[in-house]
Every structure is written in structure tokens, then in C-alpha cells.
Design a protein around this ligand. Structure first.
Ligand code: SF4
Ligand code: SF4
Length: 390
């Protein structure tokens, strides 16, 4: 499930020199609301973690500090860190002992439950927000009601749910979302007919049916991605199941007074937003390089819209040899911001384009899209609201 099992990139730990440079640069931004210590790695593994935490607290007094961790190493650190943090988010994908131990190899279920109990006690002392985060797939969707109940026992403030970014074909097939826009769903009741027309080669009748649907959805025929819809039928069923499950989960959560943040399980033609650009968030990697978002932080392979796609990292510059204000005001970032603040109009909707399912050359990587944007954000699950970050 983790990107680290599929990438081949240079890994490392942030050096104290780079770390101090990062924080000293951030100090110039008194309006900075939150610093989130996380990424595609376990922050508590860093040998200088506590020193770094104290340094941030000293330098960025009014800034909230969030830590996302798998909590395997937190036991011995909690006492020395709890009063310095504002939000602690523990990633845990299941409360089923076997499932949890198979997802997080090397982890012991009983230890993990004791750790959550301990965090809950420190929460009462320290007043930080306590979140549990899970990636929902076919494997654990059936236990989401139980997950919420267990989360409530640990006195959490929020259960955070996201869909999976598939770094392998196998994970792609375990998803419970579809990228097909909901505007196409009315066609589902006649989808058998569509299949029959295709099988029998009755293309005139097929065209008439599609034209009829295009009119009723007020969409041009080119925007009815029938090929994608046929390809995604199985996932549409899982999406419907996911909607039912989370309807129930959110109802129970309301009664319990716990927030549940649920992603979308399908896309919408009128909704796309880059959460990083809109919420003024950027990412700094261990080596001091600055990126617009997590997705563009490391080169990697991903599976989306029935094909594989290679994402090249897209660095905005490095804090090793540049200043943060220069990087954030540089033409690279400004151009990207300009495009993404109007993403619905300026970035193509590949999720609703039949060519994405039939070999479009643009979707093989994120270098360029058919409107000339580079990098291409046209298949970004964050922008569809299907994947989210705590
Ligand atoms: S749209 Fe997606 S890929 Fe593009 S900057 Fe935003 S989060 Fe990153
Ligand atoms: S990039 Fe290709 S798949 Fe995406 S909208 Fe353009 S033509 Fe369609």
C-alpha cells in the first residue's frame, strides 16, 4: 500500500543544518498557521526528532504543530513531546488484529492498542487533538462502523478517511472509488443496453441512446465517457457500498460527537480543486527541496483511470541554495498557481475522457496535458476530492 515499496528514489533524513534553515526561513512568515511533520516516512524514526520539535516550538511560537505517525516508536517519546504538539494523527488501517498485523508488518496488535490507550491519557493532560487516520479499501471497508466505535473508546476527536493512491495494479483493484463523474450515473440504468448495442454492432442505436443522455445531462456527446463507465462498472458498485457505509458511520459519529472526514468516492464535473494551492500549503522534502504537493514530491508510478502513469517529481527550488520567498514567488510556482486556481476551466478532465481509457499519449506521465499545461494535474486524485491529507 505504501509508496516506499514501489519507488526507487534517494532516501534520507533531514540534516540538522537543513532543518534549521527551513525553520529559520519559515520564521519570516508570522501568518504561518500550521507545520505538519510527516511525509512518506515515519517522522519519529529521525534521531533528532525531539530536538527538532523543541526548535520549531521555540522559533514558531504561534504555529500549530501536527505530527502524523504510525505510533510504533511513540511510547518512549510521548512524555517528552505531548505538551509541544497541537495535533497528533495516528495512521491505523484496521482494528482487526490479523488485518492490522498484515498491513503493517512487524507491528504487534496488543502493543498498538496499549499505545493508543497511552496517547488517550496524554491527550487528557496535554489538550492536543487526537486523530486516527485510515486508508479505506475493499479490505477494511466492512469494518468501518467497528473502526469508529473503537476510535471513540480511545477518545479521539476525529477519524480521518482517505481513499488509496494505487502504486500497484493490485492496489488499484482494491479501491472503493471510481473517478467517473456522478453526472454520468443516470446512464447506468441502461448500461446493459449499451453493452448489447456494442456487442451486436448496432452503432446507430447506440449513438441515439448516447445523444439522448447527452441532452438530458446537458453535456456534449464528447463528454459522455461511456468507455470509462463500462470499464468502471464494478467500482461503481463498490462506490455505492462505500457511500452507504459512511452514511451509517457519519450518523453514529454525530451521536458520539466525533468528526469523521470522508473523501468523495466518485468525481464531479463541476468540482475540482487543488487543496494545496487553495489552502496555501506546500511541502519541504528531507533534502531541503520545496514542492507544490505530496504527489509531486517523489517520482513514482501510479495507477489511475485504467492505466499506469509515471509521475515525475516537480521541484520548485531548494532551500539549500535559495530563500523560501524567492522560491514561492518564482515563475514556476506562480504559473502553476495561476493554472490551478481555475482548475475546472484550465486543466482537462481526463477522468471523463474516453481517450484516457484508450491510450492517450498525454496520460502516460505528468509532463504535459492536451491543453499544454506542465506539469499535468489532470488525473490528480487530490483535486477530485477522492484522496485527502490530514
Ligand atoms: S492538482 Fe494535484 S498534482 Fe497538481 S499541485 Fe495540486 S495536489 Fe499536486
Ligand atoms: S489529456 Fe488525453 S485523456 Fe486527458 S482530456 Fe486530453 S485527450 Fe483526454
Amino acid at each position: 500500500m505504501c509508496i516506499r515499496r514501489s519507488w526507487s528514489v534517494r532516501e534520507g533524513y533531514m540534516s540538522p543544518t537543513i532543518f534549521r534553515k527551513v525553520v529559520d526561513e519559515l520564521e519570516r512568515y508570522p501568518e504561518l498557521g500550521e507545520i505538519n511533520i510527516s511525509g512518506f516516512g515515519e517522522p519519529l524514526l529521525h534521531g533528532n526528532f525531539l530536538d527538532f520539535l523543541y526548535y520549531i516550538r521555540r522559533k514558531l511560537k504561534d504555529c500549530k504543530i501536527t505530527i502524523i505517525t504510525n505510533a510504533t516508536l511513540i511510547k518512549n517519546l510521548m512524555e517528552r513531546m505531548y505538551s509541544y504538539i497541537d495535533k497528533l494523527c495516528v495512521s491505523i488501517d484496521s482494528f482487526n488484529p490479523k488485518r492490522l498485523e498484515s498491513i503493517r508488518r512487524g507491528l504487534n496488535y496488543r502493543d498498538t492498542m496499549e499505545t493508543l490507550e497511552m496517547i488517550s491519557k496524554f491527550k487528557r493532560l496535554g489538550g492536543f487533538q487526537f486523530l486516527l487516520a485510515t486508508v479505506v479499501t475493499r479490505d477494511n471497508i466492512g469494518e468501518m462502523v467497528e473502526y469508529l466505535r473503537r476510535a471513540c473508546q480511545f477518545n479521539v476527536d476525529e477519524v480521518f478517511v482517505t481513499n488509496i493512491i494505487a502504486y500497484s495494479r493490485e492496489n488499484y483493484e482494491r479501491r472503493v472509488y471510481t473517478t467517473i463523474p456522478e453526472e454520468l450515473f443516470p446512464i447506468l440504468k441502461d448500461i446493459g443496453l449499451v453493452g448489447d448495442f456494442i456487442k451486436r454492432g448496432e452503432y446507430d442505436r447506440l449513438f441515439n441512446l448516447i445523444e439522448c443522455y447527452a441532452k438530458s445531462c446537458s453535456l456534449p456527446i464528447s463528454r459522455l465517457n461511456i468507455i470509462g463507465l463500462l470499464e468502471e462498472l464494478n467500482y461503481v458498485k463498490w462506490m455505492q457500498y462505500a457511500l452507504e457505509v459512511f452514511d451509517l458511520v457519519c450518523g453514529i459519529a454525530r451521536e458520539e460527537g466525533v468528526t469523521v472526514r470522508v473523501p468523495l468516492f466518485h468525481s464531479r464535473l463541476d468540482f475540482r480543486r487543488c487543496p494545496y494551492i487553495e489552502d496555501e500549503v506546500f511541502v519541504i522534502r528531507w533534502d531541503g527541496r520545496v514542492y507544490p504537493c505530496l504527489l509531486l514530491m517523489y517520482s513514482h508510478l501510479e495507477y489511475v483511470n485504467a492505466h499506469s502513469k509515471y509521475y515525475y517529481e516537480y521541484s520548485l527550488g531548494s532551500l539549500v541554495d535559495s530563500r523560501l520567498d524567492k522560491i514561492l514567488n518564482g515563475s514556476k510556482y506562480l504559473r502553476l498557481k495561476n493554472t490551478l486556481t481555475n482548475i475546472v476551466k484550465q486543466v482537462p478532465t481526463c477522468n471523463n475522457c474516453p481517450f484516457a481509457y484508450t491510450g492517450c499519449i498525454f496520460v502516460k506521465d505528468n509532463i504535459l496535458d492536451c491543453l499544454g499545461n506542465t506539469p499535468s494535474c489532470s488525473e490528480c486524485l487530490y483535486s477530485y476530492g477522492i484522496v485527502q491529507c490530514p
